[in-house]
Design a protein around this ligand. Sequence first.
Ligand code: GLN
Length: 544
Amino acid sequence: MGKTKYIFVTGGVVSSLGKGLTAGAIGMILRRGGLRVRLQKLDPYINVDPGTMNPFQHGEVYVTDDGAETDLDLGHYERFTGVPASRASNYTTGQIYMSVVEKERRGDFLGGTVQVVPHITDEIKSCIRRLADPEVDVVITEIGGTVGDIEGLPFIEAIRQMRHDEGRSRVLYVHLTLVPYLRAAGELKTKPTQQSVSLLREIGIQPDILICRAEQPLTEDLRRKIALFCNVEDRAVIEEKDVDRSIYEIPEVLIQQGFHEVVADFLGLPLRPPEMADWRAMLGRIRRSSGEVGIAVVGKYIKLQDAYKSVYEALHHAGAEVPGGETGTHVNVERIEAESIEQDGPERLSGVDGILIPGGFGTRGVEGKIAAARFAREQNIPYLGICLGIQIAVIEIARNVLGLAGANSMEFDPDTRHPVIALLDSQKRVTRMGGTMRLGAFPCRLSPNTRVREAYGGAEETRERHRHRYEINNAFRAAFEQAGVRFSGLSPDGDLVEMLELENHPWFVASQAHIEFQSRPAAPHPLFKAFVQASIRRRQAIGR
Ligand code: GLN
């Protein structure tokens, strides 16, 4: 195929329509129809990246292989398409302005007046085109926010210009809207969709495809009405009914309505019928899930659904694949506020089959997490620690097994007598942008005869993504090893502890890297899978 083509995904009426999931599903349909795709999210907020944003407001920070701290929608893209995202997959207004202002300071504009149009819009277009490449058939760009937002305007203007620049047949606009059901009237209402489309048209964009989120099925009449008033073809009105089972059903919902054929027609793409056999089999296993297993996630942003998005997804991926064969296991995630363990003690954890401590920053809730890790160790409950979760395990073992009273991370107690977690010369390794953290994918050697190596199918090395400032302090390594800790993953030079496990415990494993980011539906992360398996074994052993 020749030059790259573009699909733009916008959203109207309300936020939280699942634009990221839909963009991911579109990417998947094209990829599995034989095309090479890249996905991208443009975020209209002014922060330069989500790295410093409060997870309560923004949800999880997703880390790419090349170490960018990005919007969590990129996690959906990777999970749906399997195509790795990169630094070029997420831009914000902050980054765009920063780059334009830097050019202005350098004198690149030769004293001309620098304006939103054309300078900001040109910068946006060049961010979009950064993903275009002879090896890429289609770039799918999701515009964050809702059409009509003041801050989104430059982005909408830029994508309008894209069709002018690239030509009609190279650019497709997909608009996601809401068709609410009014209980009092007993009917679905199309007016918000019409109004949202007319807002887009005011700016000069006529959407080609409408994806309508709806609680109730759209009737043929309604579909025709939307098509007529919004000026799109009947077949280009696609219904995306709320899926109550799994978000991974969305691609199938779109395919069933011929979405892929409409896209292929409009863009002149040589798209084959998407190959979905393995995906369907995975959905079947989820549907037929027989048993269940209870996993506690002990964190500090528990109230917010999105703060540990990839962790929750990875647990479900693992559940779908065990015990194996035709059925999966339903993973019941019990979200537990770490501070509640500080108040009420860890006993409530005796009702779960496995305990997971995810990543985190700052002191709040740390003592509750340490108590949870201790409970897992002492009660032989399977434990999976991720990033902060490995540091928590190290502090707990230092205090309660090695007897190092007051042992801590220097993050929480800079003056601790036993800094088992510290800032090490791993700082030397921070070669990438983004400040003082170890960010992005790093190799990890897996030690022979460990549970971790076994979980990875005997592999000698793996690569996992990192996002942290502190490391396990090597000065304490020998003492830990004497106490039955095995360092099952190390950096290739042996300098950094990347993974550990406990010898005398059914399954106690922790990783400095955010292993959740590389888990995929139908291809769960090996450590998540082994953790869920161990939790199922415990449940069976105690006869729950
Ligand atoms: N706060 C810890 C550190 O900076 C852990 C970070 C994390 O869990 N992502 O090292």
